[in-house]
Write a protein that binds this ligand. Structure first.
Ligand code: NAP
Length: 244
């Protein structure tokens, strides 16, 4: 039998923190007084601005590159100590007919969205296991729950994250580490910049709460899992009711 550890995590790593949902998570944890670091791939200016705004440490590393991830985590650990909360948020999306998806596009989608979770989680786990405490929070999507036409590779990767979350929660529970998943609905970020006005209106019409979500709505769900010692292996889907 183990005693649950109620403390809120102190040293946070958010992947894909430079923009969108990840940036909202960085702000939310920084506002709680946590030490926050984030990984990003390309957006140097946005990353530097967010680091200056929040005091977070920005580290450039492609989550699909295992060596780069392990090097980044080593650097982060040297600066702030072992990560006790990992938010696996970095992700890419693509709209393509299944028959048009190339093998390279398929592999990249899986390498970033699912492989990134694998690499980042393995890189931080030794510290969490040593401390017998940790929070791992993975970003899936409603499309990982329901499947999306013309986003088969994205849906497959996001469904994989749900499977990974449930299996890993079982494996890591005895080590005092919780593993949970947030599966957002449609959120106002650059990932959805290509949606035209008609599509947006149609999405709002389909959604019981009649709107598109904000990155802060997802950060709130992430904070919930960070705070919850007896919750593991769960999927929470803030989606305005579009999937019930
Ligand atoms: P976004 O605005 O496109 O931002 C993506 C973030 O991930 C950026 O910080 C980006 O860094 C980073 N990133 C992308 N590829 C990376 C890589 N290979 N290595 C490291 N970082 C990488 O996306 P978002 O809407 O905030 O989405 C965040 C997460 O929520 C994703 O996993 C997404 O699938 C999921 N989600 C989003 C929605 C939605 O409607 N927006 C709905 C459901 C789930 P750079 O800026 O440096 O490229």
């Amino acid at each position: 039998m183990q005693t649950l550890n109620d403390r809120f995590p102190e040293r946070i790593l958010v992947t894909g923190g430079s923009r969108g949902i990840g940036a909202a998570c960085v702000r939310a944890f920084a506002a709680r007084g946590c030490r926050v670091t984030f990984l990003y791939a390309r957006s140097d200016e946005a990353a530097a601005a967010l680091a200056a705004e929040t005091g977070a440490l920005a580290v450039k590393a492609d989550v699909a590159d295992r060596d780069a991830v392990f090097a980044a985590v080593e650097r982060i650990t040297a600066v702030m100590g072992a990560v006790d909360c990992l938010v696996n948020n970095a992700g890419i999306a693509q709209f393509r007919l299944f028959t048009d998806i190339t093998a390279d596009e398929w592999n990249r989608m899986l390498d970033v969205n699912l492989g990134g979770v694998f690499h980042c989680t393995q890189a931080v786990l030794p510290g969490m296991i040593r401390e017998k405490y940790g929070r791992i929070i993975n970003l899936s999507s409603i499309w990982g729950l329901t499947g999306a036409s013309c986003e088969v590779h994205y849906s497959a990767a996001k469904a994989g994250i749900i499977g990974l979350t449930r299996a890993l929660a079982k494996e890591l529970g005895p080590s005092g580490i919780t593993v949970n998943c947030v599966a957002p609905g449609v959120i106002e970020t650059e990932m959805n910049a290509a949606l035209d006005a008609d599509t947006r209106a149609a999405l709002c019409d389909e959604t019981p709460l009649e709107c598109i979500g904000r990155p802060e709505d997802i950060a709130q769900a992430v904070l919930y899992f960070a705070a919850a010692p007896f919750v593991t292996g769960q999927v929470l889907s803030p989606n305005g009711g579009i999937v019930i």
